[in-house]
Each structure stands twice: as C-alpha cells, then as structure tokens.
Design a protein around this ligand. Structure first.
Ligand code: HEM
Length: 141
C-alpha cells in the first residue's frame, strides 16, 4: 500500500474509533455531565415560569425541591452518578390529571431548555427517548 493511502486509512480508523467511543459514553456524559444537567434544569424552570399553561401546574410547588429532585432524576436516568431521592413519577403526578397535550407542551419546554444549553439535537433525542419510557407514569393520573 502506498504511504499516502496508508495515512488516509489510519486517519479514517482513528476517526471511526472516536465516533464509536462517543456513542459508548453514557447519555449523561454526552450531555456534558452535571454542570450541563444543572443548566438544563435552570433553563427548564425559567421556561415553566413563562408558560401560563404549564406554570398553572407548578404555582404551589416548592421550586428548590423541584430543582434538586429533577436534577437527580435526569442525572440518574441518563446514566450519571446520582441516586434519585424524590418520590416516584406516579406519586408526584397523581391528582394532576395531566393531558397528553400538556405533557407534550412540558416536553417542548424541556427541548427549549436543552437547546438553550447547547445540547446537540442527536443527544437531546436520546434524553427524550429515555423520558418517553416514563410517559405512562404521568398521564391522566
Ligand atoms: C418529561 C417528563 C417529566 C419528568 C421526568 C418529570 C419529573 C418530575 C420530578 C423528578 C419531580 C420532582 C419529584 C419530587 O419532588 O419528589 C416532578 C415534579 C413535578 N412535576 Fe413533573 N416531570 C415531567 C413532566 C411534567 C409535566 C409535563 C408537568 C406538568 C404539565 C409536570 C408537573 C410537575 C409538578 C407540578 C411537580 C411538582 C409537584 C409538587 O410540587 O409536589 N411534570 N416531576
């Protein structure tokens, strides 16, 4: 093999390896770790405050508790090094009788929060796929 072809092959293989090692990282790490998760949750709370429909659900909530538990939950679900110490999704959301439309609206706010934290869309999709598994624990209960 000519030397130039060999060099191209090596560059290709190194690149391929870098890609595969990124996808082997936890979604938590792909998001950018704890600091990014905290930024996303801060942005999410800000989004909630400016959305009259979703804010209605939170108007009597303890924001500091929500922030702490949501950070833990997101960290834990995405494979980060956190224990979740809050209540179950069923316990927390029971009595809200949350419609599918409002749930989707809440998820849109989370998407805005991730976009503002510069989380790449490919990684956002992985976060949303994880959260989608919890959907039935929150709707119409
Ligand atoms: C992606 C989906 C969601 C996840 C993973 C999620 C997760 C959580 C977590 C971890 C908490 C804190 C639990 C605790 O205090 O022990 C919480 C609280 C809460 N969630 Fe959700 N949530 C989601 C969607 C929503 C949506 C769409 C709404 C409203 C439309 C909502 C309304 C609330 C409210 C009002 C609280 C505070 C309850 C309280 O003050 O006691 N959640 N949620």
């Amino acid at each position: 093999m000519k030397r130039s072809k060999f060099v191209v092959l090596i560059i290709f293989l190194v690149g391929l390896n870098a890609c595969s090692s990124i996808s082997q990282q936890s979604v938590y790490a792909q998001m950018g770790g704890q600091q990014k998760i905290e930024q996303v949750v801060d942005n999410f709370i800000n989004e909630i405050e400016f959305d009259p429909v979703i804010f209605e659900y939170f108007k009597d909530s303890d924001v500091d508790r929500f922030k702490e538990k949501f950070i833990e939950h997101l960290c834990n679900l995405t494979g980060g090094p956190c224990e979740y110490s809050g209540d179950t999704m069923v316990q927390v959301h029971t009595g809200m009788n949350m419609s599918e439309a409002d749930f989707n609206r809440g998820v849109d706010l989370l998407i805005n929060a991730m976009t503002k934290a510069q989380i790449p869309h490919t990684v956002q999709n992985k976060v949303l796929a994880i959260l989608a598994t919890k959907r039935n624990e929150m709707l119409y209960i």
